[in-house]
Ligand binder design. Structure first.
Ligand SMILES: C[S@@+](CC[C@H](N)C(=O)[O-])C[C@H]1O[C@@H](n2cnc3c(N)ncnc32)[C@H](O)[C@@H]1O
Length: 221
């Protein structure tokens, strides 16, 4: 199990914490439906418009190198949204078979054309795939949307389908300032805490894959 940031080359988002904080209670209810508003509505309710722009290409390259992916390998992206990372993985590793699992019918209906037919509807808690059936499994900012017990089950499922060959990224904070910013920004996460909490959860789930954190950091003045 290794702590490694495979999203180091993902562009940093611009965040208006004040606006998000003000809009929060209603926005959370709307965001948690993972419908149109979450992906293509306002920034207060989610992505503020999630369109393909190639931003995952460098991440796909880093993932391909990390997991030594090659033609014929099967990779699963759990909570793949519109399948952009899947699409980019198939570009950077020609012949790779990328699959996705998503809870949102809206995301599946509006996925990238190259991901069409490759995304199954379901929940991270119960993956409809055989054990040890993927060369790698990825889940970025997804399992923290589940309550604690379900979150542990989702982590266990990642381990089951790709033992020791997964990457999970989750919301976390390291100190009170980061926690306060996180609480002002969070829309959908249900299980969150410090990295120690997550490492303990991973151990309880028997997880042996890799992981990293999505942390809101204060910008220098
Ligand atoms: C923050 S987005 C991350 C999407 C994508 N992994 C990325 O990094 O851009 C969370 C995604 O998880 C999906 N999701 C939420 N709960 C889920 C669950 N229980 N099982 C599978 N997908 C889920 C949402 O529909 C959404 O696409």
């Amino acid at each position: 199990m290794a702590e490694i940031n495979l999203l180091a080359r993902y562009p940093r988002a611009t965040r208006n914490l004040a606006a998000r904080k003000q809009a929060q209670a209603e926005s959370r209810t709307i965001a948690r439906r993972f419908g149109r508003e979450y992906f293509d509505g306002t920034r207060e309710q989610g992505y503020g418009g999630y369109r393909y722009d190639g931003r995952w290409i460098p991440v796909a390259r880093d993932m391909a190198a990390h997991f030594k992916l090659r033609a014929g390998d099967r990779v699963l992206d759990v909570g793949c949204a519109k399948g952009f990372l899947m699409r980019d993985l198939m570009e950077v590793v020609p012949g790779l078979e990328a699959w996705g699992l998503e809870i949102s019918p809206y995301a599946i209906d509006n996925c990238h054309p190259e991901a069409r037919g490759r995304i199954l509807r379901g929940t991270a808690q119960k993956l409809p795939f055989a054990s040890d059936s993927f060369a790698a499994a990825l889940s970025i900012n997804v399992v923290h949307n589940l309550g604690l017990d379900a979150c542990i089950e989702a982590v266990r499922e990642m381990e089951r389908i790709a033992p020791g060959r997964s990457y999970i990224q989750v919301d976390a904070y390291r100190n009170d300032d980061e926690r306060d910013m996180f609480l002002d920004w969070v829309l959908t996460a249900d299980t969150f805490g410090k990295p120690e909490m997550w490492r303990d959860l991973f151990r309880r789930a028997g997880y042996t894959g890799d992981y990293y954190w999505t942390i809101l950091e204060a910008r220098p003045p």
